[in-house]
Design a binder for this molecule. Sequence first.
Ligand code: SF4
Ligand code: MG
Length: 314
Amino acid sequence: KEVKKYFPIKGSFLKRSNKFVHAVENVSLYVDENETLGIVGESGCGKSTLGRMIMNILEPTDGEIIFEGVLLNSLSQKQLRNIRKNFQMIFQDPYASLNPKMRVIDILKEPLIVNNICNNEQAYKVSKELLLKVGLRETDMHKYPHQFSGGQRQRIGIARAIALSPKLIIADEAVSALDVSIQSQIINLLLELKEEYKLSYIFISHDLSVVKHVSDRVAVLYLGNLVEIGDKSIIFNEPLHPYTKALLSATPTLDRKNKKERIILKGEVPSPSDPPSGCPFHTRCPLAMEVCKKDKPKLKEQSGGQLVACHLYT
Ligand code: SF4
Ligand code: MG
């Protein structure tokens, strides 16, 4: 709720200035039980920063992170540790998140033992089941992370993420580094697990076709701002925000009849350390008006049910 993250800019010549990178600007959104919320936007738009704040790895500059009615910002470390089991993260590079010196079985046992879920013997059994559940073999148990392919390593990352029976998984570019054929296997695994464990996902990706496939609702970020959010079908078929339209027009489509005209945006994404006044998109928007330079548009509900932050739809 109204979550904001500003990073101070370090650097000798800026030492005395109080400049900040405006990574996330007052973003409010929710994800329901057993729902997948996709978060899209170009690199540097604040997607990962937002994900890390929801995970409590990063403290918001302002705003509230609420899980099942509990305000996480106000909890003690101990209370937070208990509740944190409920959300897990899957990263782009599973290799970096797996200890190279540990065998897979020990990687999976670790969270179960650290969180006092079960004893060593039970943890072994549960870990073995997890490994099979994500499509690896019993013989893989005693191997080290480097002995697996990228796709298999992502399966290990997923097994580790579900080990503590979380309610929410944040997948940050979780399939972006994988070959397309492996991508679809991992996505199918995530979708199966969603049904089996009634998981919620926040699926962060710059790849719109992947987001389209997995999401129930989609949020569009631009320069740290939420510019449009709504049901997947509305966002992909009838987007309203000029940025959403431009972003979607850049994705290749196989559907010849519905071929969209590609909207080429002029200029570069402005620097988040010096964001534009008014609408954050006004420096590149093909439909910008005078008012857009001065007033920042607020999110308003539209007839399709989605929320849009744009002066064209007030
Ligand atoms: Fe474009 Fe203005 Fe809408 Fe911003 S508010 S997206 S500049 S029309
Ligand atoms: Mg990122």
